[in-house]
Design a protein around this ligand. Structure first.
Ligand code: ADP
Ligand code: MG
Ligand code: ZN
Length: 476
């Protein structure tokens, strides 16, 4: 590879507080336009903001969960710009002194654990929403969303590939969900991402000029947008040109990024300290209290899964994506004592069936103890792994346990020597040419015979026994 990419992500996550960040309006959505508003969040002159304590608690929790320093005192700042969805003409945000700084998140990339640094996490208010499809060509403004609490999480430029970017976002989402501060749903706009991308000659330690791609709204698109951007910049450098610093947008239908504004057109936000709010002071005691409410987090769980259950990093990472998924794994493992087998079934068949229906593990029709029951039946030789796939699908469809499914459908594995031998005899008799070829040295035909016997037994013959008995019979 001639170039290496340097990527830093800025994520806006909506905090799941009941009310807005500086007023008592509810943060409910899908309501009629402008019904969740008050003089504070529509920016009437003379009103004063009052900080939502819960929002502070949630950002501190996030900072602790991502190994940040929690600043004992931080400040709000005004970020000034003009846009109709911003009624005050400025957004209350944080600038020099955010609540959290210097953290990191761990991701698993190429089977290895990698740290992505966090520069800062700060609090700010969301803007309203402009609706441009109104009758008569008018644009309307809905301020229900104005004043919704957001956290901006800024990463260091530590990410090197589009895949790492996607892993980072998934890990961040999963942490926010574990600690229940945000539902971090990208589709709902509760988790928005700006991607900063530059490239440099591989081996170089200096950073190249970056482009910032704004508001990409799905994990897949983030990856696609970065991939495109890397190619675009590489082509510019290859042709002897220079990348310009600018803000770009991603067109998901064309799979390309395009320029939105250049550095020259960039806003001057004229930040200054917010005079209407006192500094945010978070005491040591408060931090300690909040720390106690943090559950075992995905990284710690992943490490424990590797150590205690001997799982590969990859499996452990996948299975700790959500608390419910991890709990399912642990329950099924406790009852079957076969962690890797449980992991294989969960990451294979289970996820395949659930993804096909867009289901979450919480709605899984197969209880963990039932998966364990099925795995035990495989271990005891009652059913083969192959038949187990059929059993599993039926369990998923009907909600029945493995034993019932096996009994009802007559899927018990045939491990009776006599029965298997008679099937083998028939297969050999029906394929005399292949049998003599095999005996003459065409050993590849062995697989053909295994296949025929399994087919004749409708997949129920014990595969180990079929192998053994076939070898014997074919050399007779
Ligand atoms: P801004 O306020 O203009 O968005 P910041 O300094 O806050 O600028 O940086 C925003 C993001 O850009 C951070 O995530 C940072 O890691 C990333 N970043 C900074 N320099 C580069 C670069 N040369 N290439 C890629 N990403 C970068
Ligand atoms: Mg930025
Ligand atoms: Zn309000």
């Amino acid at each position: 590879m001639k170039y290496e990419a340097v990527i830093g992500l800025e994520v806006h996550a909506q905090l799941q507080t009941n009310t807005k960040i500086f007023c008592g309006c509810e943060t409910r959505f899908g309501e009629d336009a402008n019904t969740r508003t008050c003089p504070v969040c529509i920016g009437m002159p003379g009103v004063l903001p009052v900080l939502n304590r819960k929002a502070v608690e949630y950002i501190v929790k996030t900072g602790l969960a991502t190994h940040c320093t929690i600043n004992p005192s931080s400040r709000f700042a005004r970020k000034n710009y003009f846009y109709p969805d911003l009624p005050k003409g400025y957004q209350i945000s944080q600038y020099e002194l955010p609540v959290c700084e210097h953290g990191y998140v761990e991701i698993v990339a190429d089977g290895k654990v990698k740290r992505v640094g966090l520069t800062r996490i700060h609090l700010e208010e969301d803007a309203g929403k402009n609706l441009h499809q109104a009758e008569g060509g008018a644009s309307l403004v809905d301020l229900n969303r104005a004043g919704t609490p957001l956290m901006e999480i800024v990463s260091e430029p530590d990410i090197r590939t589009p895949e790492e970017a996607s892993e980072y976002l998934k890990k961040l989402r999963s942490i926010l969900r574990y600690i229940e501060v945000s539902d971090a749903d990208m589709e709902k706009g509760n988790f928005r991402c700006d991607a900063n991308v530059s490239i440099r000659p591989t081996g170089s330690t200096e950073f190249g000029t970056r482009a910032e791609i704004k508001n990409v709204n799905s994990f897949k698109f983030v990856q696609k947008a970065i991939e495109y951007e890397i190619k675009r910049q590489a082509q510019i450098l290859d042709e002897g040109g220079r990348v310009v610093q600018e803000t770009r947008l991603f067109d998901s239908s064309k799979g390309v990024t395009f320029s939105m504004r250049s550095k020259e057109e960039a806003h001057d936000y004229r930040y200054f300290p917010e005079p209407d709010l006192v500094p945010v002071v978070v005491s040591r005691e408060t931090v300690e209290q909040i720390a106690k409410t943090i559950p075992e987090l995905p990284d710690a769980k992943r490490t424990r899964f590797v150590q205690d259950y001997g799982l590969p990093e990859y499996d452990a990472d996948m299975l700790t994506q959500s608390r419910a998924l991890a709990a399912y794994f642990e329950e099924a493992t406790k009852r079957s004592n076969q962690p890797k087998v449980v992991s294989n079934w969960m990451m294979g068949e289970l996820m395949r069936l659930m993804n096909a229906e867009g289901k979450e593990i919480e709605d899984c029709p197969i209880m963990p103890e039932r998966l364990a029951g099925m795995i035990k039946m495989i271990g005891e030789g009652v059913i083969s792994t192959k038949i187990a796939k059929t059993v599993f699908e039926e369990m998923y469809k009907s909600g029945k346990d493995a034993e019932t499914v096996v009994k009802e459908q007559g899927l018990v594995q045939v491990s009776d020597t006599g029965a298997i031998e008679s099937i083998i005899d028939e297969v050999i008799k029906a394929n005399p040419a292949q049998a003599s070829d095999y005996k003459a040295g065409k050993e590849k035909l062995f697989g053909f015979f295994v296949g025929q016997v399994m087919k004749a037994s409708k997949g129920k013959a014990n595969p180990d026994m079929v192998n053994q008995l076939l070898k014997k019979k074919l050399s007779e």
